[in-house]
Write a protein that binds this ligand. Structure first.
Ligand code: CAA
Ligand code: FAD
Length: 385
């Protein structure tokens, strides 16, 4: 036979990474996950350990301190971590896909030496600041300004909902330099914590991913050296879009993990809990829920891996990443709601984890582009062909 097979198997290396992430999630993320969620406590120690394991700069070239792995391995790690703790995995997603990738793909050699080397090892973590009070989905309507003063910019404005808002050391901030040029007048600047006039607002009290520190950021005449601009003048919006395309694969993998984590708990519970003289998994209503969950999760996993594979092959991944995020986030919602149902009253209390997974699932339909925005990206892409 001389036909080429499609290959759905993971490589030996990918399997080892999967096992390492699974072990880490069980041994290091699971203990205390309920308490961190309750107390809105940032997983600082866990993030430090993830840095040591190479999870914070997974796709970064080893010459900058990264792990030099493929995007498929990255989605595998995101899935495994997210099965247990999405507040920790969002740190991994933002640092890898938005901050490290953004600087490695579009930054200068000096920026890579200065920032990427520390970000990739987890010595410091980064944040990506696009959203504003009046520019969320409508991301081109940036009100934050970066006025060109020759050798530096003066930054003014407010960013909203910023993940790693208080724990980051490095912030990629998108801002409008030339309003007349619309989205072509936007720049991406690297801003360091502690810069004069840069203030971190209060932490948001959230429905889900409560361990993640989400803050507004205020910039009041902050001086940013020109060498901290990423790309050419006016590249900032394209930079944000290109970076977010990869970010959406990470969040799709997060959604997949939340769904898979809830499914695994529901399956286990259904084989232990008895009602009407038998395990509840013997009631077809419950068994069929598990069948639906398993099928939808497998479909989501294929979309997520395909998007990551596209990225690894150097194919365009705007469409596959958006489809993966749209679908996987819906599966995360549907699966977690059903996982709570399978647990009955126990599903409604914190000790059984599924109520947290249900609350965490919701964010995957909102950040890095809402589901409605993914449909805009998808429909524009398919209609263009
Ligand atoms: N790659 C390159 N360029 C792109 C692009 C892409 N993927 N997508 C758009 N562009 C370009 C367009 O080609 C266009 O440039 P030209 O005029 O030169 O052709 C320019 O960007 C503007 O594009 P549109 O005209 O399509 O702009 P729009 O106003 O219709 O908006 C949008 C497009 C897709 C809706 C965009 O605004 C968007 O993605 N919104 C959602 C924002 C978002 O995802 N925010 C997430 C914040 S980060 C976050 O949330 C992190 C976290 O949670 C952890
Ligand atoms: P809006 O844009 O006001 O949308 C409101 C509703 O209208 C949504 O349902 C939306 O889908 C819909 N809508 C809007 N426009 C259209 C349209 N054209 N067609 C159809 N429906 C539409 N941002 C960052 O930059 N960095 C971060 O690190 C970050 N982290 C976040 C963490 C959390 C916990 C949260 C909650 C948000 C985070 N965000 C971050 C912001 C997030 O990306 C935005 O909330 C999101 O893009 C939506 O923007 P918005 O909240 O302004 O909603």
């Amino acid at each position: 036979h001389n036909f080429k097979h499609m290959d759905f198997t993971l490589t030996e290396e990918q399997k080892l990474i999967q096992q390492a992430a699974r072990d880490f999630a069980q041994n290091e993320l699971l203990p205390g996950v309920i308490e961190r969620d309750d107390a809105q406590k940032f997983p600082a120690e866990q993030v430090k350990k993830m840095g040591e394991l190479g999870f914070l700069g997974m796709m970064v070239n080893p010459k900058y301190g990264g792990s030099g792995l493929d995007a498929v391995s990255y989605t595998i790690v995101m899935e495994e971590l997210s099965k247990v703790d999405a507040s920790s995995s969002v740190v991994v997603s933002v640092n890898n896909s938005l901050v490290c990738y953004g600087i490695e793909a579009y930054g200068t050699e000096e920026q890579k030496e200065k920032y990427l080397t520390k970000l990739a090892t987890g010595e410091i973590i980064g944040a990506f600041c696009l959203s504003e009070p009046e520019a969320g989905s409508d991301a081109t309507s940036q009100k934050t300004t970066a006025i060109d003063k020759g050798d530096h910019y003066i930054l003014n404005g407010t960013k909203n909902w910023i993940t790693n808002g208080s724990t980051a050391s490095v912030y990629i901030v998108i801002a409008q330099t030339d309003k007349e040029k619309g989205h072509k007048g936007i720049n991406a600047l690297i801003v360091e914590k502690g810069a004069e006039g840069f203030e971190i607002g209060p932490k948001e009290n959230k429905l889900g991913i409560r361990g993640s520190d989400t803050h507004s950021l205020l910039f009041n005449d902050v001086k940013v050296p020109k060498e901290n601009r990423i790309g050419e003048d006016g590249f900032g919006f394209k930079f944000a879009m290109k970076t977010l395309s990869g970010g959406r694969i990470g969040i799709a993998a997060q959604a997949l993990g939340i769904a898979a984590g809830a499914y695994e708990l529901a399956k286990k519970y259904s084989k232990q809990r008895k009602a009407f003289g038998t395990e509840i998994s013997n009631h077809q209503a419950i068994a069929f829920k598990l069948a639906d969950m398993h099928t939808q999760i497998e479909a989501a996993r294929h979309l997520v891996y395909k998007a990551a594979w596209d990225k690894d092959q150097g194919h365009n991944f705007d469409l596959s990443g958006a489809m993966a995020k749209l679908y996987a986030s819906q599966v995360a919602m549907d699966t977690t709601v059903e996982a709570v149902q399978v647990h009955g009253g126990n599903g409604f209390v914190k000790d059984y984890h599924v109520e947290r997974l249900m609350r965490d699932a919701k964010i995957t339909q909102i950040y890095e582009g809402t589901s409605e925005i993914q449909k805009i990206v998808i429909s524009r892409s398919i209609l263009r062909d």
